[in-house]
Design a binder for this molecule. Structure first.
Ligand code: MN
Length: 336
């Protein structure tokens, strides 16, 4: 990103007072960390920021909620409030449809928008954009923005939030998106006082016993095909109930199954309703998976993507496993 692009963003923020921050449904560490860092920055700039998300705050990110600033958006209660904002900052997503209900409602008002994002799949255009699909996390773009405009305002709260962005979106610095630049930013954040071990534990070593029980049930049910290159599993509402896990707390399992030797792609089918199935795709890095997600109106990164499909879970399995089998055989044909 060029310095003048950050300066332009700063000019827009300088002219605004009531600023809304929002992000995609089922927010992850990058989405929530970016919101948190910008919230604290805007406060220091004398602005009146508000965070509204369509989804609730996942329990493992509760420690970021210093001052209880994460609000869940409820259309019936908050729709009229949207009119009072003079600027909306959309984080970690470039599609109104992925913002959930608030995205639908925002389009009914005409409010200026800024978007910070690093996803390659882009649907909507925003008034001002800081977009870089080579960035490991949206949080690293937020970090660059702060360093180029208000470096003296950076503090430990903001540094912690930005470190969470990078930690989670790089899979704890394991994924290929971990560049020397990413490591450089992480190192600078540690210089602000970030404790990497503590933050890691906050997020990854706080699994509920129920989630571990569900892991056991999933491990007994994984199916392999394509000579072990494709692994998939279903989490029905029944199995989740048996383990005592709420559907919104079913997370991280697809990454774990991908870690199996020989597996190139792992898929989770999560039954949300009788005829609504959430799909979660994880690829080891040889086969791009987001075009299959796109086919089902989803999206994401090349090797980590998601979508939703409206049918019975058995039909979803038939259709999607077949699509991915074709993808794997294309890959094999091109690599023999
Ligand atoms: Mn992200």
């Amino acid at each position: 990103m060029k310095i003048y692009e950050f300066e332009q963003i700063q000019k827009i923020i300088d002219k605004s007072k009531n600023i809304l921050l929002t992000t995609h449904i089922r927010p992850d560490g990058d989405a929530l960390g970016s919101e948190s860092a910008l919230f604290h920055l805007l406060k220091k700039l004398g602005k009146n920021p508000t965070v509204f998300n369509s989804s609730s705050l996942p329990q493992e990110y509760e420690f970021l909620n210093i001052g209880n600033f994460y609000n869940q958006y409820h259309s019936n209660e908050h729709f009229k409030k949207l009119k009072g904002f003079d600027l909306v900052i959309v984080l970690d997503v470039s599609a109104y449809s992925r913002l959930g209900k608030i995205g639908e409602d925002l389009q009914k008002w005409s409010i200026q928008t800024i978007c910070f994002d690093h996803h390659p799949t882009r649907t909507d255009k925003f008034d001002y954009e800081i977009i870089d699909s080579t960035a490991a996390a949206t949080g690293s773009l937020v970090y660059e923005y702060i360093q180029n405009t208000n470096p003296e305002l950076m503090d430990l709260n903001m540094a912690n939030a930005l470190y969470i962005c990078i930690l989670t979106d790089t899979g704890s610095f394991r994924f290929e998106n971990t560049s020397s630049k990413t490591m450089g930013i992480a190192a600078e954040l540690i210089d602000y006082g970030v404790k990497p071990g503590t933050l890691y534990q906050n997020i990854y070593e706080n699994r509920l016993p129920e989630q571990m029980l569900l892991l056991g049930l999933i491990l007994q049910r994984v199916k392999y095909t394509c000579n072990g290159k494709l692994a998939w599993f279903c989490v029905t509402r029944n199995i989740a109930k048996q383990a005592g896990v709420k559907l919104e707390d079913v997370d991280g399992y697809t990454d774990f199954i991908r870690s199996t030797k020989g597996v190139e792609i792992a898929i989770m089918f999560l039954e949300q309703d009788d005829d609504k199935i959430r799909l979660n795709f994880r690829s080891k890095g040889n086969i791009v998976i987001n075009q299959v997600a796109k086919k089902y109106n989803g999206g994401g990164h090349a090797f980590a993507a998601g979508a939703s499909i409206n049918c019975k879970i058995e039909e979803a399995v038939d259709e999607v496993v077949n699509d991915v089998k074709i993808l794997i055989s294309d890959y094999e044909n091109n690599n023999c």
